[in-house]
Design a protein around this ligand. Structure first.
Ligand code: GUN
Length: 282
């Protein structure tokens, strides 16, 4: 049984990016630059943005933070995105989600220049991924695929189950696995008999946001489990802890390899954002 060390894998990828950034700068080019836009004061978003800015510093990427109030008009946010699109000193643009209700996330994402869309959320990049063409791939599924490839050199023919059909994780994850020639099933809240679907999967990627939904007893022995869930739960003694979408303690008894929460997918997501930003710089 292998506990997949996402922290170590992420540190390795960040070091690779840092070396490439340093080589660029030594060659007389400016450092890649990522604009990070945070709207409002959602505490989780604040933590994510802080971690992204920190990863930029560690890899030598310049980060430019833009903080807007929770009451900002959508037009003002769109004007900022347009200004960042036009700024030749900005390579990547990331608008942290969720946005307050008066700002339509779809409209804001569609305003980002696809060539600067390091989140891979723009329909052009989502479409390119669906078509199997190169483009920006969303960071969480890109990180999951990297972790999977660390366990399985070849995913061709593997039975892969993606639980969750979100545009940020589930759908792009399925497209990436199809690109690796896996046999892919997408399960979601309306799927019948989830335990049976899990039971025949060599690879399970769980991304539904339901604490410990997937039980160890459901897993095929030796399966590889990637847990994207980050759920805050309160124990009987009132203490808070983070758990994934998979019952980790049960899963380690059955799985061949499993990611922990925290310390699995999370750090890889941010490392992949650094990689996308380096690529956006050209
Ligand atoms: N909110 C939750 N995950 C993400 C992400 O990967 N990117 C952005 N921009 N917002 C998010």
């Amino acid at each position: 049984m292998q506990i997949i060390d996402g922290k170590a894998a992420a540190a390795l990828l960040r070091a690779e990016v840092a070396a490439a950034v340093a080589a660029r700068v030594a060659g007389g080019r400016r450092a890649p630059a990522l604009a990070v836009v945070l709207v409002g004061d959602d505490p989780a978003s604040g933590v994510y943005v802080r971690n992204k800015v920190k990863a930029c510093a560690e890899t030598g990427i310049r980060s430019i933070e833009h903080r807007l109030g929770a009451g900002v008009a959508e037009a003002e946010l769109l004007a900022l995105v347009e200004a960042l699109n036009a700024d030749a000193d900005v390579d990547g643009i990331l608008v942290q989600l969720p946005l307050p209700p008066q700002c339509d996330a779809t409209r804001v994402i569609e305003a980002i220049d696809p060539a600067k869309d390091v989140d891979g959320f723009h329909p052009v990049n989502a479409g390119r991924l669906a078509l199997g063409l190169p483009g920006f791939v969303p960071c969480t599924p890109a990180g999951c695929l990297r972790l999977l490839k660390g366990v399985h050199a070849d995913l061709a023919g593997a039975e892969a189950l993606v639980i969750g059909r979100s545009t940020i994780v589930g759908r792009p994850m399925a497209a990436l696995l199809v690109g690796e020639s896996a046999t892919v099933t997408i399960a979601h809240s309306r799927s019948r008999d989830l335990p049976a679907l899990v039971g025949r999967a060599d690879i399970v990627v769980a991304a539904v946001g339901r604490p410990e939904l997937v039980r160890g007893s459901w897993l095929k022995p030796g399966a590889t489990v990637i847990d994207v869930g980050i759920n805050r739960v309160t124990g009987p003694d009132g203490s808070a802890r983070l758990v994934g979408d998979v019952a980790f303690v049960e899963a380690v008894e059955v799985a061949g390899a499993v990611t922990p929460v925290p310390g699995g997918v999370g750090p890889m997501t941010i490392a992949c954002l650094m990689e996308n930003t380096l690529r956006a710089a050209g």
